[in-house]
Design a protein around this ligand. Sequence first.
Ligand code: ADP
Length: 741
Amino acid sequence: MLSEKSKTLAVLTSGGDSQGMNAALRAIVRTALDRGVEIYAIYEGYQGMVDGGDNIRKMAWDSVGGILHQGGTVIGSARCKEFRTREGRRQAAYNLIAHGINSLVVIGGDGSLTGANIFRQEWTELLNELVEQGEITREVADANPHLAVVGLVGSIDNDMFGTDMTIGADTALHRIVEAVDAIVNTASSHQRTFVIEVMGRHCGYLALVSALATGADWVLIPESPPNVENWENKMCEVLMEGRRSGRRNSTVIVAEGACDINGTPITSEYVKKVLEERLGADTRVTILGHVQRGGAPSAFDRNLGTLLGHAAVNYILSVDPSAEPQLIGFHENSVTHVPLMDCVQKTHQVAELIAAKEYNKAMELRGASFKEIFRTFRTLVRAKPHQHEHDQAPKRLAILCSGAPAPGMNTAAWVAVRLGLDKGYIVLGIENGFDGLIEGHIREMDWMSVNGWASRGGAELGTHRRIPQGKDFYAIARHLEQNQVQGLLIVGGWSGYESAYQMHIRREEFPAFNIPMVCLPATINNNLPGTELSVGADTALNNIVEAVDKIKQSAVASRRCFVVEVMGRYCGYLALMSGLATGAERVYLHEEGVTLRDLQNDVELLLSGFRHSKRLGLMLRNERANELYTTAFMSALFEEEGSDLFDVRQAILGHLQQGGDPSPFDRNIAARLAARCVQYLGEKMEAEVSDSAFIGMLTGKLQFTRLDDFQRMVDYKYQRPKEQWWLKYREIAKVMAKPST
Ligand code: ADP
């Protein structure tokens, strides 16, 4: 096996570009350099590999500086006909050998990865041909018997097997959701109907998730065509009923590859024609097109690109070059590697199943969460809930929000109310959290009372940080009894969990508390047990990343260091993940602590950086990283020590982090969690048991943890879980931020 040092790496981006490719490139280059390995970038995809020359450039640490926030790919991408021919690939092999390159990281879609695999399989023969032609010597060919290959999936469609998310899909959802939200505003003013076409030739992921996230009225995707012949009538009926119940607009989202059960394509123009002819609706079509590929990458895509890029290099350096090529993907909230060609084959299989009209099998291959989202969506779009014949009084379910507002709380409430009503329950909304429950501010919700909530930031039900104490429990018990509440959903942060727990342990004392209760994690701090992510954290992360991008831009003409303070209370999640996504050189966390020696070190690093070519410094500080070494203190220290070399500005981001409309991810996860909570409460209410739990995403799956375990799992003093999975990313952040040498 080649030793690590005898490997020379190259990276290229190929096929359709996607946001986050630059983050992957940066991580690949920096990880390789950190490991002491030479790395080249091949510009313009396989075309650059075939053309060689200046298209193959050696990378230095700073070659990939300042690109994290840029969309597309700075090394260019192309579609290349020559690479599909043997001659083209022989020329490409020659160009790699000429630079001593024997290991390749390819970032692209299934086409690009297939090309890489063919190239690798032919490698030995290609080199033999080059020897025969006298282009290279036998020694050179023998020294490079194999080409090691790993692939990362850069694609906005999220259409690839072997990874739960492709690099770029989350940002594409951001673009779609921003556009649909904007269109819904104008559609609503004029009571119009909009048909919006989104990308996805064989994959309805973007269409389905954006339809759920924006509360659209109908969605058409390739994998699951409407299962009736006259689907047009059904769609028109639902839209018309919706208008009758008070909706001011209608939106239909169509994936570009949508078709009917006979396999006939359904175009957006056709949908418009149907709506105009059958409903007489004033209908407009918007085809979102390349906007979906554009713009700054989301926080998630930056971090996904970084994690996968880092892992790709570590992987390729650790394996025998003759090993089967792997796809570095993200599955169950962890980086994984899986045989590349298996993934490509399974990906093609879905397209083949769709072409063969085997829709059920195509949906099966898409996986459980895709099917679950589709099922939930189909209930949410109804104009009215299903009618139920009650032989006994309907169950009574109450919902409240607790803690600071977290973007996505409304989405959760929207889904919980509608799914609860659809099951035939009476759904009660408690205003202003536990404060409202203590005061008895409770109202009955109906189907339209949550209309439009899917996309709205804040908390329409009202939210409050109050945690009940002493006599409050009597008031709560009284109001629960008066309203005959049989199940309680608490959407919120620490105060919600703590309050639920306090009620739970008083069940003996207060019989009214003997009801099933579920907590749904909703806080930007991401400091709750039993879940890897809480609703709101992704939006906050994006808010921070956008703000820091702007702050960095403001310093173009000066040598400046920013100290940016972010929220999170004692939990460093937002600080670390935004540091990773913005390229901060230093992140201060309460979990790690801050010492004077650390600060002295940081001063030295800043001084030496600015003495060389550095123009910008970025230090991210969690709001409670250290009680005494405050943001103001750190800024003053750096300013004083920086003297004439650089100046320092502090930015405390404050409440902008909690605001704004929820990100697509937060809407999606809020909806999925809420659907499961209603199901859980329904089962417990039926069985008349008072099991209580908090729900979360653990290894990417939705799971419940018993409420009894709350105290055991948390660090009570600092209000955070005892185990914090994301702390493992500190090492990667440190590698990425190393000073250039
Ligand atoms: P994507 O990677 O986004 O799926 P394409 O399918 O267009 O995009 O592939 C990008 C490039 O990868 C192609 O232009 C071609 O150079 C190369 N490629 C794709 N498929 C093959 C193949 N079967 N053999 C060789 N090269 C291929």
